[in-house]
Design a protein around this ligand. Sequence first.
Ligand SMILES: Cc1ncc(CNC=O)c(N)n1
Length: 222
Amino acid sequence: MDEEMMNMTEAWLRNHRLLYTGATRSPFILSIHDATINFVSFKTWLAQDYLFVRAFVPFVASILIKACKESDDDGDMEIILGGMAALEDEINWFKREATNWGISLSEVVPQQANINYCRFLESLMSPEVEYTVAITAFWATEAVYQESFAHCLGEGSKTPPELKETCARWGNEGFGLYCQSLQRIADRCLRTASEEELKKAEVLFLSVLEHEVEFWNMSMAA
Ligand SMILES: Cc1ncc(CNC=O)c(N)n1
């Protein structure tokens, strides 16, 4: 396809394929897919991701505020608000799931990769960070989880039955459509962005992928 006609996110996905695949086909995800996962790793991921999602809520809230102030499309608010609402359900799911696996969430200590990722999200919450830049990072974060967990439910996957519900949380079709909506918002914003904003958004896209890789590796190492 002609570079000119391509959406910006598609061009980035093409140009940074290796890193994107590293984030969406991590050893952790592949070990779920082929049923070789060590459940200690899964429990580590679950506990750490609970903390991450709690930090993710104010990040999404900051994007909602930016959308209200900076977006030229009313429709953005509902999509972001829908994402926020889903996070309430998700937090409750983490609590139930932790109980099932015998994890005490109040005792979980954040690991370095998690601290680093949360610190990164916090830096994006500043009002100085443009909506275009923040929504691009938001899309990338969600897209990595969607592509990762959808793979575990795809053809030929041997995902253990006790992990299927987890995979379906992010791998379901509805979450896929939500990610597409975020991608469309990002591409629309990027079309009118300045050179400087474009560069910033691309750098942050790559940072998200790197943080995701580190997050999976942290879970796998446990
Ligand atoms: C490390 C990480 N990245 C993305 C997500 C998906 N967003 C909300 O759930 C997540 N839970 N954790």
